[in-house]
Design a protein around this ligand. Structure first.
Ligand code: AMP
Length: 286
């Protein structure tokens, strides 16, 4: 496994691999790797002949009052985990090399960026889309693997690939959870024991919505309201949003007449957590 720090060396390596007609599968991450990230790497290993994992805490997707400085970083441990998994290249650039002073070109999506997490975190998805586009230009992936855990992010990236004709196939992997249902997240290490317990309310709210749908509920506002009540009723938790939207476009939905997604976000102590689940319309269920 080779560790590449410089963007231009990553790009040269990728171009050499493409010249040899090797298929590149890519997993972008911010490091502090957990079993969720590793599931994406295993999937990438199945998709391509060469696997590249990037580890880059992207400053442009954090707001001024957010946790960029505190975000967990442990490159040594990440590298050890990736060595076990047959990864060919780890790309771990410095922010100063990725965003040399004066760069002023950004990507954003005019309709999907400003709702849900984008509303609470202005500029977040502009930072995400810009860095993913840069990473795609440096790594030249045939496949890029993302987690359903960050559903809005994945939807935006799929849309970017479609709108701008990137030659990368986006592959989505299911959310990996703790045995009690908490979605794995690099930020979970910030949770104190009582907050860790309180955080389960997000998963409980989503399971509640699934149960209502199984009982025939198709009014999305009722589903969203029930999730809000569950989350607001929990201790130590500040609801950010709980919504149901069209899974493909993230547009609001009145009735569950197509594939939808229930999305939740909440603050627990100093930590912001998100989660989601797909909701299938009743008639598509067998
Ligand atoms: P991050 O390092 O948080 O930027 O995440 C990098 C990738 O890992 C993204 O595609 C995430 O959606 C994915 N990911 C994060 N947590 C999980 C999880 N619990 N299960 C599956 N994928 C995840």
């Amino acid at each position: 496994m080779e560790i590449i720090r410089r963007p231009h060396l990553m790009q040269q390596t990728a171009l050499d691999l493409k010249r040899d007609r090797l298929k590149i599968a890519f997993v972008p991450t911010m490091g502090a790797l957990h079993a969720g990230h590793l599931s994406l790497v295993r999937r990438a290993n199945q998709m391509g002949q060469v696997t590249v994992v990037s580890i880059f805490v992207n400053p442009t997707q954090f707001g001024p009052s957010e946790d960029f400085e505190q975000y967990p970083r442990d490159l040594g441990r990440d590298v050890d985990q990736l060595k076990e998994l047959d990864v060919d290249y780890v790309f771990a650039p410095d922010p100063a090399d990725m965003f040399p002073g004066g760069s002023g070109t950004y990507l954003y999506n005019e309709t999907m960026s400003n709702r849900f997490c984008g509303k609470s975190r202005p500029g977040h998805f502009r930072g995400v889309l810009t860095v993913v586009a840069k990473l795609f230009n440096l790594v030249r992936p045939d496949f890029a693997v993302f987690g359903q855990k960050d559903f809005q992010q994945a939807a935006l990236i799929k849309r970017m690939v479609l709108d701008l004709n990137f030659l990368t196939e986006i592959v989505l992997c299911p959310t990996v959870r703790e045995s009690d249902g908490l979605a794995l997240s690099s930020r979970n290490i910030f949770l104190k024991p009582e907050e860790r317990q309180a955080a389960l309310v997000l998963h409980r709210a989503l399971r509640g919505a699934e149960a209502m749908v199984a009982d025939g509920e198709d009014d999305t506002e009722k589903l969203a309201e029930a999730m809000r009540e569950t989350i607001s009723g929990g201790p130590l938790v500040r609801l950010d949003y709980a919504e149901v939207a069209d899974a493909a476009t993230l547009e609001p939905l009145e009735r569950l007449d197509r594939r939808a997604v229930a999305l939740v976000a909440a603050g627990v102590g100093v930590t912001r957590l998100i989660d989601n689940t797909l909701l299938e319309p009743p008639e598509e269920k067998q």
